[in-house]
Design a protein around this ligand. Structure first.
Ligand code: ZN
Length: 135
C-alpha cells in the first residue's frame, strides 16, 4: 500500500514540471535549421549584419547553416557547457568526445570557455580537440 501512495505523490509532483515543459515549447525556442526545441545549454546563435538573430539547437545544425549565411554573419555565439554563459565562438574551445549532447543530430562536439575545462573533458571522456567550425 505504501508503495502505491508514493507513486501517486511522485506523479502529482511531476505534473507542474510537465506543464511548464509544454509551455516553454513556443516557436521562440525552435531551431532555425530543423525546427527542434532548443536547449539553451547547447544552443548556437548567429548575429546577422541586418540586426536579426538565428538560433540553432546544436553545433551540427549551426554548422550546416554556416556556409550559406557566412557573408551575413557578424558574430557567432556559443554556450560554455560548464557555466551556461554565451561566449563568442572565436574565443571558445571545441572538443569532440563520446558524449552526445543533442541526440537527434548526434552532436558530440562540446564548447568550453576555459581551456582547463576543455582539457578535463578530454581526459574524462577520451575527447579530441576540434577546430572552431565557424571560421
Ligand atoms: Zn537543430
Amino acid at each position: 500500500m505504501k508503495q502505491k501512495r508514493e507513486w501517486i505523490l511522485l506523479i502529482i509532483a511531476l505534473i507542474p514540471i510537465l506543464i511548464a515543459g509544454c509551455k516553454n515549447r513556443t516557436s521562440e525556442d525552435r531551431c532555425d535549421y530543423d525546427g527542434f526545441h532548443v536547449q539553451p545549454l547547447y544552443a548556437v546563435y548567429f548575429s546577422l549584419q541586418d540586426g536579426s538573430e538565428k538560433k540553432y539547437c546544436s553545433l551540427v545544425c549551426a554548422s550546416m547553416s554556416f556556409s550559406a549565411l557566412k557573408k551575413q554573419i557578424r558574430e557567432v555565439r556559443v554556450v560554455d557547457e560548464p557555466s551556461g554563459n554565451k561566449i563568442n565562438a572565436l574565443g571558445a574551445f571545441f572538443v569532440e568526445s563520446e558524449v552526445v549532447t543533442v541526440p537527434h543530430v548526434k552532436n558530440r562536439i562540446h564548447v568550453f570557455a576555459k581551456k582547463e575545462d576543455a582539457l578535463k573533458h578530454i581526459q574524462t571522456f577520451k575527447g579530441n580537440w576540434v577546430e572552431n567550425p565557424f571560421r
